[in-house]
Design a protein around this ligand. Structure first.
Ligand code: DQA
Length: 142
């Protein structure tokens, strides 16, 4: 069964983007880690990234249409701004797990509120790339 892993704006720059916050792993490195773990868990990963809100919304709809087991969603900056992404999470029956590399609750005030959390079955944050792995393990248990 396939798990969609959807990544929002600026995550294409992981590796060089604010490494003191986000670390040195690239999104491809994270995809490789997830692929390995997914294989152990009998799952498959469909890893995507977009800087465009509408693409992320379309992919959430697609996850349901394609019968994905779940979605791991790192909505990045849209986490704190996007009612439309929350609505997309609520519109599908496919479970969504919110993922963040950093711990937004320990950063600027404007990162403390997550729209995505209201549409997610679970949140994993603050573990760096391991946040994605822990989220996948959670999904495997659903
Ligand atoms: C992030 C946290 C967000 O606050 C930020 O806007 C990001 C990345 C994370 O993975 O830690 O772009 O989602």
């Amino acid at each position: 069964q396939t798990v969609y892993v959807l990544n929002g704006p600026n995550l294409n720059l992981l590796g060089t983007r604010e490494p003191e916050i986000y670390g040195s792993a690239t999104l491809d490195d994270i995809a490789d880690m997830l692929d390995d773990r997914a294989r152990d868990l009998g799952l498959a990963i469909d890893m995507r990234q977009s800087n465009h809100e509408g693409h992320l919304i379309d992919w959430l709809h697609e996850a349901q249409a394609e019968g994905a087991k779940a979605v791991l969603l790192n909505a990045a900056g849209f986490t704190h701004t996007s009612v439309a992404l929350l609505d997309a999470c609520l519109a599908i029956r496919t479970p969504v797990v919110e993922v963040h590399l950093s711990d937004p609750s320990k950063r600027e005030d404007f990162r403390h509120h997550s729209f995505i959390a209201k549409g997610a079955v679970h949140t994993v944050q603050g573990l760096g790339p391991q946040s994605y792995v822990a989220a996948l393990e959670y999904v495997a248990g659903l």
